[in-house]
Design a protein around this ligand. Structure first.
Ligand SMILES: Nc1ncnc2c1ncn2[C@@H]1O[C@H](COP(=O)(O)OP(=O)(O)O)[C@@H](O)[C@H]1O
Ligand SMILES: [Mg+2]
Length: 591
């Protein structure tokens, strides 16, 4: 007997299912995408037990007649490619006509559909590949596909499903991606009878983000767009203050499809580098539109990865667009004061309980910057009511010429502005200014240095000495002069003027550590320089707890006006929180 057998059709479908249908969320994705293709304005996704028991997607799209309904579950059945001429064009969209066949080979499926011009609908049932005949039934226009007991005949696959909560989380994620890409649609997600989302159609992206995530996120996004060389970009950039510890809030869409791409991630990371600490990830929603022929979607079974034919162009355009916007925007965090009920004002004022009313943002701010201390001078009754923010024009943010500032606890500066006041973290702001100055000076050559009256010596290992040698160019650029000073000892002979406030010895020790940490990581010279300058800025900056005189404060406030990205320190923490008069008026019930 020959060893080669031809696999039966259901087996082929099951193998295809293995590629496309990884878990309940994959079914949801395929069904939702089919609904989108059917031109819906409304769809409802219902799941039970994390989709393990039931997944149902109901839409009001074009529907299918009895013959199409039967055909739809055949492998390689698609209405999206008709001729070989279509194939070239449309195959770029990744239609393979196998999703429904695959799903129906590993679950119990019931599909009901009715076209717009038909008085009634049809229904068909498929149980793990064995298909019944379509029968007439009553139905609304559109299609509903129910998938029960996924993988029930495949214990090995079933075992790989996670808890209902985890699977529901993956489904929510798929739903979210489509909801972001298609804000014009009415979309509902119901899980175990509970409405998770009910999104009305024709929302703005910001409104949709507020519903899907939070109003805090929606509130802290900066919109930007660009259009060049056939590549259109539209982005909502999260301010550094809402950055995350992972990249899950990085939503990138290519012609309406969610994708993950390492070039794009890199461009985003680069664009945010001056405003974020290296281990933080921005929140970002990025929509790219470009001709289908400029990329290939058939490199990944679920089309989540694509291959750009000119990835350099994509990278540079995204980087350029985002960077320009981030540098040109005041990233200051808006203080979030909220409308207060009369009761809470009275109780706060009456009881003298100062800490209770502190607004979220303020509490967060003071917790971060002065652990263990609560700021007493400024207490705002906060509630969980709707958050408001106040845009100021450039003119309004300009600091007034008269002396209108004070330093509190030798750490924060409160300064009047045209339309309110700001609270500045003196260290964070000065750090940003130092970084800016260092960057500017070093781009023009090397930092100006000054000889130390008494050279300061330090010990180092052979490996460290070698490393300093290897980085001689960088050290020279910084304006640091080192010379051997006996066995395993070096002396600092000159130090940059700009870093006069830093301790040379302390600085060079940390520089050695930093070079040590990054050795062997093949870091680009410019990135390494950036890290060094970050460290330098931090060390040379005014510290928290340092008393400043009026002219020092004036200098700081003046510098603030000219420095790019003054709203955040180089690590991405805020330097400034704004309060507007209209905010205060609301708090005091004057309006
Ligand atoms: N919700 C729906 N409304 C209308 N037609 C649908 C729907 N879902 C599937 N179909 C039809 O079934 C066909 C097969 O779907 P599928 O197996 O996902 O393959 P593909 O989407 O790649 O064409 C589609 O081409 C479409 O004609
Ligand atoms: Mg499909």
């Amino acid at each position: 007997m020959g060893r080669i057998v031809v696999l039966d059709r259901n087996m082929v479908n099951m193998i295809a299912a293995g590629e496309v249908i990884e878990r309940p969320a994959s079914v949801v994705k395929e069904l939702m995408e089919n609904s989108l293709d059917a031109g819906v304005t409304k769809m409802t996704v219902t799941i039970e037990d994390g989709g393990r028991k039931l997944i149902s997607v109901a839409d009001n799209g074009c529907g299918m007649d009895a013959a199409d309904l039967a055909n739809a579950f055949e492998p390689h059945a698609t209405s999206k490619i008709k001729t070989t001429a279509d194939l070239m064009g449309i195959s770029t969209l990744g239609f393979r006509g196998e999703a429904l066949a695959s799903i129906a080979s590993v679950a119990q499926v019931r599909a009901v559909s009715r076209t717009k011009d038909s008085p009634g609908g049809n229904c068909i049932e498929i149980d793990c590949g064995s298909k019944g005949a379509p029968t007439p039934c009553s139905a609304d226009c559109g299609t509903t596909i129910q998938v029960r007991d996924l993988f029930y005949k495949l214990p090995a696959r079933r075992k790989f499903m996670r808890t209902a909560n985890t699977e529901a989380g993956h489904i929510t994620e798929q739903f979210t991606r489509i909801a972001l890409a298609r804000t014009e649609l009415d979309m509902t997600l119901v899980s175990n009878g509970r409405e998770v989302y009910r999104l009305t159609g024709n929302q703005t992206l910001r409104q949709r983000i507020a519903e899907l995530f939070s109003s805090e996120i929606a509130h802290n996004l900066i919109a930007t767009e660009s259009s060049e060389k056939g590549l259109n970009l539209r982005a909502m950039l999260g301010k550094p203050a809402i950055s995350r510890t992972n990249n899950k809030f990085q939503y990138v869409f290519l012609n309406g499809r969610f994708i993950r791409d390492k070039f794009i991630s890199h461009a985003i990371k680069e664009a945010y580098r001056p405003t974020l600490e290296p281990n933080r990830f921005p929140v970002i929603f990025l929509f790219i539109e470009m001709p289908f022929e400029d990329y290939d979607v058939n490199v990944h079974p679920t089309k989540i990865e694509v291959r750009f034919y000119n990835s350099n162009l994509v990278h540079s355009q995204i980087l350029g667009c985002l960077r320009e916007k981030l540098l040109g925007t005041d990233l200051t965090v808006d203080a979030k004061l909220s409308a207060v009920s009369a009761g809470s004002v009275a109780s706060t004022a009456g009881s003298g309980d100062r800490s209770r009313g502190i607004n979220d943002a303020m509490a967060e701010f003071f917790r971060k910057h002065r652990p263990g201390q609560t700021q007493r001078q400024f207490n705002f009754p906060g509630t969980t009511g709707p958050k408001t923010s106040y845009k100021t024009t450039e003119h309004q943010t300009e600091l007034l010429p008269q002396r209108k500032f004070m330093q509190i606890q030798d750490s924060f500066i409160v300064a009047a502005t045209g339309d309110g006041f700001v609270i500045i973290d003196q260290h964070a702001l000065h750090e940003r200014i130092m970084y800016h100055n260092l960057r500017r000076r070093i781009s023009g050559g090397r930092l100006q240095s000054q000889k130390l009256l008494i050279p300061e010596s330090f010990e180092l290992t052979d490996a460290q000495a070698e490393m300093l040698e290897a980085n001689a160019e960088l050290i020279e650029k910084l304006g640091i002069e080192l010379a051997p000073f006996g066995p395993k000892t070096m002396a600092i002979q000159a130090f940059p003027v700009l870093l006069a406030k830093a301790e040379p010895l302390d600085f060079v020790r940390d520089l050695v550590d930093l070079l040590d940490d990054t050795a062997g990581q093949n870091i680009e010279p410019d990135k390494l320089l950036d890290e060094v300058l970050n460290m330098a800025a931090c060390k040379a900056a005014i510290k928290a707890g340092q008393r400043l005189n009026d002219s020092e404060i004036e200098q700081l406030l003046a510098d603030r006006e000219v420095v790019e990205a003054a709203g955040n320190c180089p690590h991405g923490r805020p330097t400034t929180i704004k309060f507007s008069i209209s905010d205060l008026e609301k708090q005091f019930k004057r309006t």
